[in-house]
Design a protein around this ligand. Structure first.
Ligand code: C5P
Length: 233
């Protein structure tokens, strides 16, 4: 898998998103992530518009429901021609297999399907005290990753800190998508398990997902180029 930087377009409208992407030069079409905020506000049309403009799209809706509901919802999403979409591995292996069934088009093609393991905003204390999971974070992420791989998924979302352990457990070809990216001088915001783009590269991430360090930067294009330079090139 070729390493790439995915920009989290966490905006509430199409106009804000298009204004932001308009900062990039004509030939520079970053891989973008459409999350719940933008999708709930603009619907499937924003996906079609960004695909038509030449962007690769990760549709980050994190499905987590009973298998039948997830199968049918993935079937709807399969018509949107996104490059990557996701669900929560906490929904279990039956749900993940149902998702794959729903997502696969009649010709056998489908977007990459990635499972969220533990959110990068979840701290070890939350895991223990709120989710009542006594195993260490890394063991939990590794186990969720193995469930995803054994259900036929292509990879997982995790912190870059866990990417190496996931690759060791699931194989080098199992894709790791890692949010929780910060430059050394920027604050963590609500994220807890963070690294720099360079550290994510060292840990073996395939894709870094970067939101506020790019979208809220004084010069977003320069921040994106810096991520590309430190992570990809
Ligand atoms: O602004 P920031 O770089 O923290 O954005 C990270 C993005 O990645 C957000 O859109 C968030 O929803 C998403 N994400 C995450 N942790 C996960 C899965 C997705 O931060 N485990």
């Amino acid at each position: 898998m070729n390493r790439d930087v995915i920009i989290a377009c966490d905006f509430s409208s199409a106009s804000q998103t298009l204004d932001f992407l308009g900062l990039f030069s004509r030939g520079n079409k970053p891989f973008v992530k459409i999350g719940m905020e933008l999708f709930y506000s603009e619907g499937p049309d924003i996906v079609r518009r960004l695909k038509a403009a030449g962007h690769k799209v990760f549709l980050d809706l994190k499905l987590h429901d009973i298998p039948n509901t997830v199968r049918k919802s993935m079937k709807v999403l399969s018509s949107l021609d996104v490059d990557m979409c996701n669900l929560h591995s906490a929904g279990g292996s039956v749900m993940m297999k149902a998702a794959l069934e729903g997502l696969t088009r009649p010709d056998g093609s489908r977007p990459l399907l990635i499972a969220v393991t533990q959110l990068t905003s979840t701290s070890p204390e939350m895991l223990r005290d709120e989710l009542l999971i006594g195993a260490p974070m890394e063991d939990t992420v590794r186990s969720y990753a193995l469930n995803a791989r054994n259900s036929g998924l292509d990879g997982i979302v995790c912190s870059p800190r866990e990417a190496r352990a996931v690759k060791e457990a699931c194989g080098a070809g199992f894709v790791t998508v890692t949010p929780g990216i910060r430059f050394p001088e920027s604050g963590a915001d609500d994220q807890t398990r963070i690294t720099t783009p360079a550290a994510a590269r060292e840990n073996g991430s395939d894709f870094i997902v970067v939101g506020r360090p790019i979208t809220a930067a004084a010069d977003p294009v320069a921040a994106y180029e810096r991520c590309m330079k430190e992570f990809v090139l």
